[in-house]
Structures are given as C-alpha cells and as structure tokens.
Design a binder for this molecule. Structure first.
Ligand SMILES: C[S@@+](CC[C@H](N)C(=O)[O-])C[C@H]1O[C@@H](n2cnc3c(N)ncnc32)[C@H](O)[C@@H]1O
Length: 418
C-alpha cells in the first residue's frame, strides 16, 4: 500500500510521542493526564524532546484537520472575525479559482484597509485552512475556500454561524441573567439583534436572512452522522405505511430531507411544510424521478394541521423550542391524526455523562448550547421526549427513542392511539 499524508502523520505522531514518553519515564516524570493530580505542565528541559513534542502536536493537528475535512473546518473557533469578514465581504468569490490575487488588490475590491484584511485572512489560513499564501502577499484557494465559492449553502452556513450565531453566544449569559421564562424571544440572539421578535418571525420580513438560514440548515446536515441517509435507512418507512401513504415533513425547509426519503420509499408521497418565506425562497431542485411525489405547502405549525397523513416528520424542529411550545406544536397536529398515525422526530439525543464518545458528546452539547443562545430552547434526553408527548396528550403511545448506527440524530416515534 502506498504511503499517504495521513499515514505519514500517524507515523510522526507515533515516533515523536514515543520519544516524549520514553524521556519522561527515564526522568521519572509523570505522564500527561487529565486527572486532578496530573502534571500542569510537562517539565521538558531537553531541546530535542521539546522539538519531538511540538512535532507530535502539530502532526496531530494536521491529521485532525485532514480527517475532519473542509466542511467541518468552517466551524467556529474562539474568534469568529476572520470568517465573518470572509462572509460579509464575499472574499472567496474575489479570489481566482486558478492563480492568486494580492492582498492589496483584494483589499481594494473589499474596500478595506489592507493590513486589516491581511491579518484576518492569515487567521483564516491558520485556523480554518480557508485560503493559502503560497507566495508571500498573494492569496489563493484551498479546498475549503473553493467550497465557499462553489457551494452557496456552505457560504450561507458561514454567514449564519459567524454573522449571526456567534454574536448571540456573547449575549447568552446576559439573557439568562435578565430574561426569565420559556418564550422564544428571551435569548442571547434577541439581545444581540435588539429585537423582541423570535428569530423565525424576525427572518419573516427579511427574506435574505431566511434564505441564508435555510441554506445553512442544508449544509449543516452534511456533517458527520447528519446525512439524511441515517433517517432514510434508520426508520421503517415502508413497513409502517404498508408501502404507500403520505408523509408530512413539518418545518421541512428546502425539502432536502423529503427528497432523500422519497428516493428510498418509492410508494410514499411527501408534503414539505414551512413558513411562506421559506417555501417561496430557496427550494431543493427535485429530481425528475420523485418530482410528482414531493409537494410544498405554506403552513405555520402552531396552527391546526390541515393534512391527513400517515407520518408527521419533525426533523430538527422540537430542539428549536422550549417544552411548552413543543407541546403546542404537538397539540396542533392532533385534529389531523387518525389512529395508528405516527409522529417521527429526528433530533439530537442528550446523553447521560460518559454514554457517548467525547467527540459525539461535544457535538450534542454544542448544538444544545446553540439552541439556548438562538432560541431559548434545548436538545433533550430520552425522558424529556417521553414527557413532552405525555403532556401533549396521553393518546400518544408506544413512545420509542433510538439512535441508528453511526447517526448523530436520534429517531423518536410516537403512535396516535386516539
Ligand atoms: C432547524 S430548521 C430544520 C429544517 C429541516 N427540517 C431540516 O431538518 O433540515 C427549522 C425549520 O422550522 C421552520 N419553522 C420555524 N417556525 C415555523 C412555524 N411556525 N411553522 C412552520 N415552520 C417553521 C423554519 O423555517 C426552519 O425551516
């Protein structure tokens, strides 16, 4: 098998970590650990061993970045200004896909002071691997920055995260301190945007923001374990419906999930419901093979559900709302439910401590805290899911929660026994 960069890095990590470890043992120094009594600093006074330590650290960072991949590298670090500027001034489209552009020229095109633009770009280069500077003073693309040119949803994701969400994180503790209650307009996002409107109502009169948010949703479903295939393969769509029937994709945004599901369940019809500004905004193009089975409909899920269906899918909906609002959403579906109809939710499942790997648990805690900052809402543990169904109506029965193999989102199912 030929050597690749990732194998080379793994070797570097192996060799240099062994050098550090041998040296620490020879000098009877404690091994690094997160234990309460573990060493606060590694006391390495040998230049060579210090060098081995740095080599192992850098190789592991590069290996991490290569294995994580460009999409995930576009996610936040502590300072979001570089990616915010890249979004705000649409910098990726100003860098030629082949060749390069000077900082001076780029600054002119963005109407920015060149030293400021240069430092922001250099931050993005080292933190996000967005752009590179192969010749000093000249900017060219990397895979991540090219993705921002070629994939408008990725660019929308950067905008939603760095030109909207990150400002809400800053205000979250202020919101917790000064605003009490379950309402969706009591969040850090509300303080940051100086508005009493909840985020979706605020977006309603700002179609560009609504489109950006919908585009961001579509790109964030490309993360590890978030592919629609986990929902498509992890739920028995065909057996539950006898192979034909209707699925309402409530809050289905661009329809990207229904498009994926329609491909695995050829007998099912899908109705994607969302707010008017989303339904009339960016829509997923429908492949010919499924176009006749996927429809779009304006519907506010706090109003009575107008469609009688077999399954009502709520993917990443309930985590945008606090419990009393989730209960209202469920109650609004009840008039349309026939016995045996299913509610299927697809959301993160908050684990008990230690139940998931560190990386998985970080992803869930990350999303849970984003829900807090933007919506004054939350992700839920299994018992919380059971509780909201029981509180909405005791005729929701057979409540089951499971995690498809490799998925990041759990499937929650309740059957209407009405
Ligand atoms: C987090 S996104 C999830 C989108 C999609 N289900 C997915 O999994 O990608 C939440 C969606 O709920 C929609 N939404 C918010 N309030 C709504 C309401 N009152 N009625 C219908 N849809 C709403 C938003 O427009 C958005 O598309």
């Amino acid at each position: 098998m030929s050597s690749t960069r990732i194998r080379e890095l793994a070797n570097l990590i192996q060799i240099n970590t062994a050098k550090v470890d041998d040296w620490l043992q020879q000098h009877s120094l404690p091994t690094p650990s997160f234990d309460k009594d573990g060493p606060v600093d590694l006391q390495i006074d040998s230049h060579d061993i210090q060098q081995a330590r740095v080599t192992a650290m850098e190789a592991s960072l590069e290996l991490n970045d290569l294995l994580v991949g460009p999409t995930m590298l576009l996610r936040p670090v502590l300072n979001g200004s570089a990616l915010q500027a890249i979004y705000r001034f649409d910098i990726p489209s100003k860098v030629p896909l082949d060749g390069h552009v000077s900082f001076e020229e780029l600054a002119k095109q963005c109407n920015l002071y060149e030293p400021d633009l240069r430092r922001l770009i250099r931050f993005a280069i080292v933190y996000h691997r967005v752009f590179q500077e192969l010749d000093e003073g000249f900017v060219s693309h990397t895979a991540a920055s090219r993705k921002l040119v070629e994939d408008p949803n990725s660019m929308a994701g950067v905008g939603a995260m760095f030109d909207e969400a990150i400002q809400a994180f800053d205000q979250t503790v202020n919101a917790l301190e000064t605003m009490k209650g379950p309402e969706p307009n009591k969040s850090g996002w509300n303080i940051a945007n100086k508005t009493d409107l909840p985020i979706y109502e605020y977006h309603a009169s700002r179609p560009a923001l609504a489109r950006r948010f919908a585009g961001a949703m579509a790109t964030f479903t490309q993360g590890l374990g978030l592919s629609p295939k986990f929902l498509a393969e992890g739920y028995p769509w065909t057996s539950v419906t006898g192979g034909k029937g209707t699925v309402v994709d409530v809050g289905g945004s661009t329809g990207h999930i229904s498009v994926a599901l329609a491909q695995v369940a050829p007998g099912l019809r899908f109705i994607v419901q969302d707010l008017p500004e989303v339904i009339n905004g960016t829509r997923e193009p429908l492949p010919d093979s499924i176009a006749s089975r996927v429809e779009f409909m304006e519907h506010d899920f706090f109003q009575e559900q107008p469609v009688k269906a077999d399954i009502y899918l709520f993917r990443q909906i309930f985590h945008n709302w606090s419990d009393p609002y989730c209960i209202k959403i469920l109650k609004a579906v009840i008039p349309a439910l026939k016995p045996g109809a299913r509610i299927v939710a697809n959301d993160h499942l908050v684990p008990r401590p230690g139940e998931m790997s560190l990386l998985q648990e970080r992803a869930v805690r990350d999303m849970d805290c984003i829900m807090l900052s933007l919506f004054n809402a939350r992700d839920r543990e299994e018992k919380d899911w059971v509780k909201i169904f029981e509180q909405a109506d005791p005729r929701f029965t057979h409540i089951k929660v499971w995690m498809p193999e490799g998925a990041s989102l759990a499937i929650v199912e309740a059957v209407w026994s009405g």
